[in-house]
Ligand binder design. Sequence first.
Ligand SMILES: Cc1cc2nc3c(=O)[nH]c(=O)nc-3n(C[C@H](O)[C@H](O)[C@H](O)COP(=O)(O)O)c2cc1C
Ligand SMILES: O=C(O)C(=O)c1ccccc1
Length: 378
Amino acid sequence: MIPILQTVPPHLVTLADHETHALGLLDANARAYFSGGAGDEYTLRANQQAWNQISLRPRVLRSLVGGHTRINLLGRTLAHPILLAPVAFQRLAHNDGELASAYAAAMQGAGFILSTQASVALEVIAQAIRDEPQRGPLWFQLYWQHDKTLTQQLVQRAEQAGYEALVLTVDAASSGVRDRERRAGFTLPDSVFAANLAGFPAPPPVILEPGQSALFDGLLRHAPTWDDIGWLQSITSLPILLKGIMHEEDARLAQQHGVAGIIVSNHGGRTLDTVAATATLLPQIRAAVGSDFIVLVDGGIRRGTDLLKAVALGADAVLLGRPAIYGLRNAGAIGVAHVLRLLRDELEVAMALCGCAVLADVTSAVICAGRTEAPICS
Ligand SMILES: Cc1cc2nc3c(=O)[nH]c(=O)nc-3n(C[C@H](O)[C@H](O)[C@H](O)COP(=O)(O)O)c2cc1C
Ligand SMILES: O=C(O)C(=O)c1ccccc1
């Protein structure tokens, strides 16, 4: 089913314009959910600020003819290094929800990562974009379930439906302290639900002994650990990426456990507040794993220059979270496609004006020295 086409208001020419416009359209409930972060939202703000604080050092008079933004990722050639991040419950933003986003990604050659908590079922998404010739990779984001059989069912369904990789999110064993959502009294309307989990049994109630913690002895009892990565690898032939790596030691552990890659992410500032910005964490993590391991990054990417800096700091590609949701609210699939197009076009301009014809030319030489140094926390 092709989603209904809408038009983008002509005054929306940046991702920030999309955000402002969408925030005016979203109801208070959905606005708090999509735009909010954890705690006082320091990390949410820091993600964007950190990209802005990196200065560029362009090179000039280089030949740029034949330049392009193509990359190779997990055996495929992609037109550009942008994937849509897994974002839950997209039908809160637009009735077409993830179907519109996936369709837009396919039209723009962007990768699409469907959340376990999507409001459209994984099979519906895969079927809708399967035959789109330009489409980018389709990956499934996995949230570990309280029962391994259920986790395995999700993995098998994703594999069966044609998803090309699994993205195991490892930074959200517990939900963050989402004060903005709590103030807004956020609830899901009955019409929006986790479609992939329909029919899944609720976790059995936990009877706590005196002195036990509802978090440590309750919820976290079922959280995955490094020991579970081998099991996940044993039940699937899909490549696995770990999303939410923030420390170079964990990056090394991921590599030692034989996963295909990692995503440097702090969940868009939604889980633990005051975590360092991903732009700050990325260089050390890339240095820890060497140049051949897949490292993606997300958080606060709003401009082509942000994307260029991510590549300069060692990312192979980036994930885009909230801006796609704002495009979705503003104009459905067309809005998401517009957001992706704007970012691609800005990346090309940034590359050209830095004297980089291809992404391999985008190295730490294009940014000012000092920004790639280890953060103070190490
Ligand atoms: C409303 C919302 C829902 C999200 N849901 C998920 C999810 O289901 N799974 C996941 O791994 N990450 C989820 N994320 C995190 C994103 O995948 C991504 O890491 C983050 O949004 C990137 O930052 P950005 O929004 O600044 O681009 C969510 C983010 C938002 C804003
Ligand atoms: O909102 C989120 O960021 C998220 O990842 C999530 C986790 C569980 C249920 C729904 C969304």
